[in-house]
Ligand binder design. Structure first.
Ligand code: PEP
Length: 244
């Protein structure tokens, strides 16, 4: 019903040469994957990645997109620019962008609605910090972030938007949420989608990934959980064997 989606988030890693090398190794390793496979790469690697995965089952993703068509937004990138390079998916609202670059629920929503309107598929990141978890605020934070991201998103778009639940305390730390905990927390997010769009839409059309130190050792257990529809993979996406 919900096809699993595994997406790599390369972050600020890999030069052009390294992009060719990594994808050259990855292509045959995932050729028979049942899951949808996506690599989200830095802007400077998009062209090379597009060439390296041409004609394969790997899809191309970016790590951010601006809401304006064009203009005086130094350092930003537009949906049209990404589409022209063959980009299909785009990560929006990653916790590193929320933490270091002033991303808010409002700017996440502007990026999401623009991406959808242009035909890009957002991978929207939500997740609580350790402090929020320790203060019992997980549900409050996830409901706020999810409702914020989906403001003005119509039900017809639900097949084109993926959510990544990424507890901030698990990103790049080696600490993973237990599979049961990740599953139960994702159920909260799916419940929020159900309130907005109905149970059937939430169950059948919205894929929710887990992200946060997912690796070859814990992937199987996480992927076996009924609520978890795939992974957003940071560190382990930089090694072809680990990612595959
Ligand atoms: C991420 O940043 O999206 C992520 C999940 O990173 P890592 O797998 O390295 O924790």
């Amino acid at each position: 019903m919900r096809r699993p989606i595994i997406a790599g988030n390369w972050k600020m890693n890999n030069t052009k040469a390294q992009t060719y090398a990594l994808l050259g190794e990855l292509v045959p390793l995932v050729a028979d994957a049942e899951a949808e496979v996506v690599v989200c790469v830095p802007y400077t690697s998009i062209w090379a990645a597009g060439e390296a995965i041409k004609g394969t089952n790997i899809k191309l993703g970016a790590e951010n997109v601006h809401w304006a068509d064009k203009g005086a937004f130094t350092g930003e990138i537009s949906a049209d620019m990404l589409l022209e390079q063959g980009v299909e998916y785009v990560i929006i609202g990653h916790s590193e962008r929320r933490q270091y670059f002033g991303e808010t629920d409002e700017t996440v929503n502007k990026r999401v609605t623009t991406a959808l309107a242009k035909g890009l598929k957002p991978i929207v990141c939500v997740g609580e910090t350790l402090e929020e978890r320790e203060n019992g605020k997980v549900e409050e934070v996830l409901v706020r972030q999810t409702e914020g991201a989906f403001k003005d998103v119509v039900a017809a778009e639900l097949d084109n938007i993926v959510i990544a639940y990424e507890p901030v305390w698990a990103i790049g730390t080696g600490k993973t949420a237990t599979a049961q905990d990740a599953n139960d927390t994702i159920a909260i997010i799916r419940g929020t989608i159900a309130k907005l769009y109905g149970e059937k839409n939430a169950e059948e059309r919205v894929r929710i990934q887990y992200g946060g130190s997912m690796n070859p050792k814990n992937a199987k257990e996480l992927m076996a959980m009924p609520q978890i529809d795939g992974g957003l993979i940071g560190g382990a996406s930089l090694k072809a064997v680990d990612f595959s």
